[in-house]
Write a protein that binds this ligand. Structure first.
Ligand SMILES: C[S@@+](CC[C@H](N)C(=O)[O-])C[C@H]1O[C@@H](n2cnc3c(N)ncnc32)[C@H](O)[C@@H]1O
Length: 225
């Protein structure tokens, strides 16, 4: 479990370079993953969308572009990250802890979380909060890192994740430890069927997953009712 204060401080320390560092480290592939989520969501023609742990707004901005008629709110507990989101064009942001969202029940028809759930102190509690603010018939979409299924790919990826990535990200951001933390959280985060079970244990139905880029990221979706 992550200490919320450490998480907040870590993201505040890299806020202004977070987005660009991601794009460099993933060679831009993270942009395609978020686009895929936004496209998936746009098919539902949603009206009210909440992007939890929106950070500097990468996912919310893609959704805002794809769903121009919807109200898209990005929430996060790190003010420095939200300031970046605002600067980059996210229209509505709310400073809020995902474990205690300041929204009434049934407020949104879609709730998303991109690379955020993994950083939270209690994954089940966070998913239950998302369930609470979703309207009946609404859907949750979780995008996060996972480990490749193939043994060889997993070995290579672990070398990249634990050795190369912290070194390169350390050079760009000056915060090598934040990226060592990234590798640790990916190792301990459930994926595939285990994540679907976790999502369903928070009240959702029909949880399913779609692996991306050989399994280094996964999109999960589930319905309320
Ligand atoms: C890796 S960033 C993800 C940003 C963005 N969603 C993206 O797609 O890149 C994780 C974000 O989760 C936020 N976060 C972690 N725990 C949180 C919590 N309990 N409540 C709200 N935000 C949280 C951090 O502040 C950070 O901005």
């Amino acid at each position: 479990m992550q200490d919320p204060k450490d998480v907040k401080d870590a993201f505040a320390g890299i806020a202004s370079r977070y987005a660009v560092t991601n794009h460099v480290l993933s060679l831009g592939v993270d942009i395609l993953w978020r686009r895929k989520v936004a496209k998936m969501i746009s098919r539902r023609i949603p009206i009210n969308i909440l992007d939890v742990a929106t950070g500097s707004g990468d996912l919310a901005l893609e959704i805002q572009k794809r769903c121009p008629k919807a109200e898209v709110i990005g929430s996060d507990f790190c003010e420095a990250m939200l300031q970046q989101a605002n600067k980059r064009g996210l229209k509505r942001t709310v400073l809020a802890d995902a474990l205690n969202l300041p929204f009434p029940e049934n407020r949104f028809d879609v709730v998303t979380v991109g690379f955020g759930l993994r950083n939270m102190a209690d994954w089940s509690e966070a998913l239950s909060e998302m369930f609470r603010v979703l309207s009946s018939g609404g859907c949750v979409v979780v995008l996060d890192f996972s480990l490749p299924e193939s043994v060889v790919c997993r070995k290579l990826y672990r070398f990249y994740l634990h050795k190369i990535l912290p070194a390169v990200a350390g050079l760009i951001t000056g915060k090598r430890s934040a990226y060592q933390y990234l590798g640790r959280t990916i190792e301990s985060f459930p994926s595939g069927k285990d994540m679907c079970s976790l999502i369903e244990s928070s009240g959702f139905n029909h949880a399913k997953f779609h692996s991306l880029s050989g399994g280094i990221a996964t999109i999960y979706s589930a319905e309320k009712n």
